[in-house]
Each structure stands twice: as C-alpha cells, then as structure tokens.
Design a protein around this ligand. Structure first.
Ligand code: GLP
Length: 244
C-alpha cells in the first residue's frame, strides 16, 4: 500500500487525475470505476481540464459508478447520476452507452444488482477505481459491518451517513434511507485503487483504515490487502497517522 500526503486539496486532486491519465495512456478503452461525494470533485475538474487541453479522450472509455441512492429518480438533483453528469459527463466526449450506474428507479432490485455485476464482468472488470471514504470508514455505501465478501446489493444507510450526506439535501428527512452499492468484494476486484481523503473529519477513518486492524467494522481497512492501492491525503486527513 502506498500513502502520499499533499500540501493542499488541489495538488492531491491533480495527482489523482494524473494517475488516471497514465492508465488511459496505456489503455485507451480502460474501465474506470467512479465515485461521488465532495472529495472527488477536484479530481473531476482536472479530468475535464485535461480533456479540454486534448490530453484525454473519453470516446473509448467505459465507466462504472460505485453506487446510487435507492429509491431515487435519475433526474433528481441529488441522484448520483445527476452528480456525475454535472461534474464530468456533460463536459467530456464519453458516449452515453459507455456510462454505467446502478439504476435507482428499478422495481426489481435483485435483478438490477445481478445485472450490474455481470456488466462489470462482461467489460473485463474495473481497471482503475477512484474511491472516497466515509467518516465511519465506509467505501461506496458499504457501511461498517458489511461483509468483506459482499457484492452489488441494496443496503441501508447508517444514521451517521444520512446525517453527513444531508448537507446536499433540503433536509435530513429527504435523504434516501437505502442505496444500491457495489460490494466490498466487487471493489477489491478492481486492478488498481486510488483512494482520496481530505479534511480533519476523515482523519480517524484514514488512520484506522491504513494502520488499524483489518475488520469489517472498518470497511476501508480491507484495502490493506489490495495489491495496488494508493491513498492520497491532505495534511488534515493524514493528521492522525502514526509515523513510528
Ligand atoms: N457513497 C458516497 C461515498 O462513495 C463517499 O466516499 C462518501 C464520502 O463523501 P465526501 O467525499 O463528500 O466526504 O460519501 C458517500 O456516502
């Protein structure tokens, strides 16, 4: 596992985008695993800049997002589908048919989850995955206690996550109580993982994920077992790491 600490959020975001650029240079039809949340916004801005500077071509790339609220309409302002369009897809030349997110409108959740897993497999698996981390150590929407063997499925959000994500909604009551998320085992199958964390609110989860016990109580701790993972942190998120 590699860990890199950056002076500021923008440098961290640019570094993450550069890792993706390298991957795409090697394989122009890479399968990108994408994430939502405030943390990757800077990363997406840098990808858009690289596209505008003609350093990046999205026409052959395929993307799979980690998760989507459930139930939620695709066009809902806080759906992850809307987030991805507003922060990336609307600005680059990715064909709509190459974009994949779990369907938050499905009436058959199990079939949707199976379909999503199968589609990732049919595309050859994720080459490179961007991840954020929840304040409680969740990855995707795999909350503490989620099985390390879990695959794409519907999950219930914890109070902590509903509270943390309520900043994007009019009120805490408006936050969906469920989500469809790639499982921990699905995430671990990605060939390369780049995980971002910024701000002091993430410091405890980051320290436990990197230096703590590998336990289902701290979902991100499983990343210690991944053969190719890099943590990109700002100073605040790194502030509780033990340097001995
Ligand atoms: N499902 C997402 C996660 O993928 C994300 O990592 C987390 C942290 O978000 P933020 O980066 O806004 O702190 O929030 C959500 O719950």
């Amino acid at each position: 596992m590699q860990v890199q600490v950056f002076e500021d959020y923008d440098t961290l975001s640019r570094y993450a985008a550069d890792i993706f650029l390298e991957q795409i240079k090697k394989k122009s039809d890479s399968v990108l695993g994408l994430a939502t949340g405030g943390t990757p916004e800077g990363f997406y801005r840098h990808l858009i800049t690289s596209y505008k500077d003609q350093k990046l071509d999205f026409s052959r790339l395929r993307t799979f997002n980690l998760d989507e609220y459930y139930p939620i309409k695709r066009e809902h302002p806080q759906s992850y589908w809307t987030f991805m369009h507003d922060h990336l897809f609307a600005y680059v030349n990715i064909p709509t048919s190459n974009i994949h997110l779990p369907n938050g409108e499905t009436t058959n959740v199990d079939a949707e989850c199976n379909r999503y897993e199968e589609e990732i497999g049919a595309n050859g698996g994720v080459d490179i995955q961007i991840l954020g981390i929840g304040e409680n150590g969740h990855i995707g929407f795999n909350e503490p206690g989620a099985s390390f063997d879990s695959r794409t499925r519907m999950v219930e959000l914890t109070k902590n996550t509903i509270q943390a994500n309520s900043r994007y909604f009019d009120s805490v009551e408006d936050v969906p109580r469920h989500a469809i998320t790639m499982g921990i085992a699905s995430i671990m199958q990605s060939k390369k993982i780049v995980i971002l964390a910024a701000g002091v609110k993430k410091a405890e989860a980051v320290a436990k994920a990197i230096q703590g016990e590998i336990t289902e109580a701290m979902p991100a701790s499983i990343l210690q077992k991944h053969p190719d993972v890099i943590f990109l942190l700002d100073k605040e998120a790194a502030s509780l790491l033990n340097h001995n």
